[in-house]
Ligand binder design. Structure first.
Ligand code: EPS
Length: 362
């Protein structure tokens, strides 16, 4: 029931935010890749709550246990099962809204679909699930880097109305916003402090890019690389829009402006975001994702309860004022997972084709 994605690299996640554990099964990873519990620490910490005052203050250990698929430090080609135990759920925060539908939240649609729901922490709809995407993504990132030299990087490209004044990727890991301009960090700190005090939330835009992707990954027509990236990104909690390359900015552009011309020295621009006809061109694959403002707010909002009564919903507890911030490593993971799946599929069908001339430098 759609808890699995990918074709040759198949990822299944399971678990609820306030259940005993969350986990995933990564099936289809080639044998011989070194994988150890320490590999997951950095990316899980980048995504985790409670690492700065600007995110939810829930403090999870987020320790990955490898249950299968790895022997003596190497993947065996069998399903890799990863488990993370929930250690800091506080379910009483949800008692008061257990029978209410938070405006803008999946509470209502889960209720309509299943006729019942686990209200604790949003259950399966919680961003907690994304922990396992990031864990699975660690494996994909490692394989892509070792096998193909592909590197995946993400950053926050907008927070509310604030946009980066420069694109210094060296600054991204040095601040709690994944922001590519260190000089703006004090401005963001004040913005987020005021937002948190007001009780409101705000949206954000995340951009992710993969460099080193060779030409040829992606399948026409229903398995287009951009189509699968869009589906993967839209499956992230709170995602409301995806752009590839120039995306919606392409609308007013002229063809002469949008097309990426090339010389023997390489492509002269990358409006296409590294994908032509659903297949990678050898340029950086660039995807942007819009995240809506978090719907769990302490500011009252009108809604109904499960009995049909009109209510004012007030959500207390430990919520992210901008869930888009923590989405940076999640988008990176989804990009890596889609790329690895497509790389394996390309190898399966077209592995004998080899390198084709001319190859335009990215
Ligand atoms: C979330 C609400 C909060 C966040 C949670 C995502 O959950 P709780 O109310 O249970 O603390 O802390 O994020 C995580 C636990 C996580 O690991 O990302 C939500 O409604 O999506």
């Amino acid at each position: 029931m759609s808890n699995t994605f990918g074709r040759l690299l198949r990822v299944t996640t399971f678990g609820e935010s306030h259940g005993p554990a969350i986990g995933c099964v990564v099936d289809g990873c080639p044998p011989g890749l070194e994988v150890a519990p320490e590999d997951f620490v950095e990316d899980l910490a980048r995504r985790a709550t409670g690492r700065s005052r600007h995110t939810s203050q829930r403090r999870e250990a987020d320790a990955v246990e490898i249950l299968s698929g790895v022997h003596q430090g190497l993947t065996t080609g069998t399903p890799i099962a990863l488990l993370v135990r929930n250690t800091d759920a506080r379910s009483k925060d949800y008692d008061a809204i257990a029978e209410q539908f938070r405006p803008g939240h999946a509470d209502y649609t889960y209720w309509q679909k299943y006729g019942l729901r686990d209200p604790r922490g949003g259950g399966r709809a919680s961003a907690r699930e994304t922990t396992m995407r990031v864990a699975a993504g660690v494996i994909a990132r490692k394989w892509l880097a070792q096998r193909h030299g592909v590197m995946v990087r993400g950053w926050l490209a907008q927070l509310g109305n604030v946009v980066p004044r420069s694109a210094d990727l060296g600054a991204v890991e040095g601040n709690p916003f994944f922001w590519p301009d260190a000089a703006q960090v004090p401005e963001l700190e004040s913005y987020m402090d005021a937002l948190r005090k007001s009780g409101d939330s705000v949206g954000a835009r995340v951009t992710v890019a993969a460099t080193g992707v060779p030409p040829g990954w992606g399948e026409p027509v229903y398995g287009k690389l951009d189509a699968e990236l869009a589906a993967a990104m839209m499956s992230i909690n709170a995602a409301k829009g995806v752009e590839v390359g120039d995306g919606f900015a392409s609308v007013p552009q002229k063809g002469t402006q949008h097309r990426d011309e090339a010389t023997a020295a390489g492509f002269l621009s990358n409006h296409a975001g590294g994908i032509l006809g659903g297949i990678s061109s050898g340029q950086a694959v660039v995807v942007s994702v819009a995240f809506k403002p978090t719907s769990s707010l302490r500011l009252p909002g009108r809604s109904l309860d499960v009995h049909g009564n009109e209510v004012e919903v007030v959500t207390t507890g430990r919520h992210d004022p901008c869930v888009g911030i923590r989405a940076v490593p999640i988008c990176e993971a989804m990009l890596a997972l889609v790329l690895m799946d497509q790389a394996l599929r390309h190898r399966a069908q077209c592995g004998d084709v080899g390198d084709i001339s001319p190859r335009i430098p990215g």
